[in-house]
Design a protein around this ligand. Structure first.
Ligand code: DC
Length: 210
């Protein structure tokens, strides 16, 4: 049986890097659930849809396909902002939860694990997940990591702006009424402020224990 590894935490805490490490080590697929929200934000920007236009957003949601989510253009400051705003919409979260819940069955056949990372995976999407990890790090450290990532791609951005955007997304993620960012019961809580990715992964391997 496929076991679920749920990884939650705020923006730039290292969820994707940790998920990739686990995925490489155990040869198991990952769903970056934020990409679903980002795909909707991308559509809103490209088609100039109004954020309140539920009908057009639902139409897009009905045509959404997990196989087509691998585009790199889902990562921009504008998409960061819009995806953060729309993620408080109940109908949207409900629609996207189906994609996430079907992921293990559709993409992890004959694998040991299905890894899903996001904000509400251990609390709402897979509360029965065998492994739940909640990672955190000081917002200043997360901003620095994000800044380094963006700079490496050759893009110009100010560290202070990145910091403000991270704090803004934290505020929205932590305070929305539906599925706010919270550690799930029985999660492994990891503060990665002073941990690098190897140390973080080693802590996770101890609980997975195979
Ligand atoms: O993880 P990310 O930065 O790619 O996520 C983009 C946005 O989507 C983020 O601002 C919050 C939202 N999100 C969410 O509300 N629930 C999830 N499970 C994943 C992402």
């Amino acid at each position: 049986m496929v076991e679920i590894i749920a990884i939650d935490g705020p923006a730039s805490a290292g969820k994707s890097s940790l998920a990739k490490k686990i995925s490489d080590h155990y040869n198991s697929p990952i769903l970056h659930s934020g990409k679903l929200y980002r795909a909707v934000a991308n559509e809103i920007i490209e088609k100039k849809i109004k954020i309140g236009d539920k009908k057009s957003i639902l139409k897009f949601l009905n045509s959404l396909n997990l196989n087509k989510l691998n585009s790199n253009n889902l990562y921009s400051s504008e998409i960061d902002k819009i995806s953060s705003v729309i993620s408080s919409k109940k109908y949207l979260r409900e629609k996207l939860s189906g994609f996430q819940r079907r992921f293990p069955k559709n993409f992890a056949k004959n694998r040991k694990f299905a890894i899903i990372e996001g904000r509400d995976i251990g609390t709402v999407i897979f509360p029965g997940a065998k492994y739940k990890i909640f990672i955190w790090a000081d917002a200043r450290i997360r901003a620095q990591r994000r800044f380094d990532q963006i700079s490496k791609k050759g893009q110009k951005v100010g560290l202070e702006r990145v910091y403000r955007e991270i704090v803004d997304r934290d505020t929205k993620d932590l305070n929305r009424r539906i599925a706010p960012l919270r550690p799930a019961v029985n999660s492994l809580l990891l503060d990665t402020t002073y941990l690098d990715i190897e140390q973080t992964f080693n802590a996770v391997k101890k609980i997975i224990n195979i």
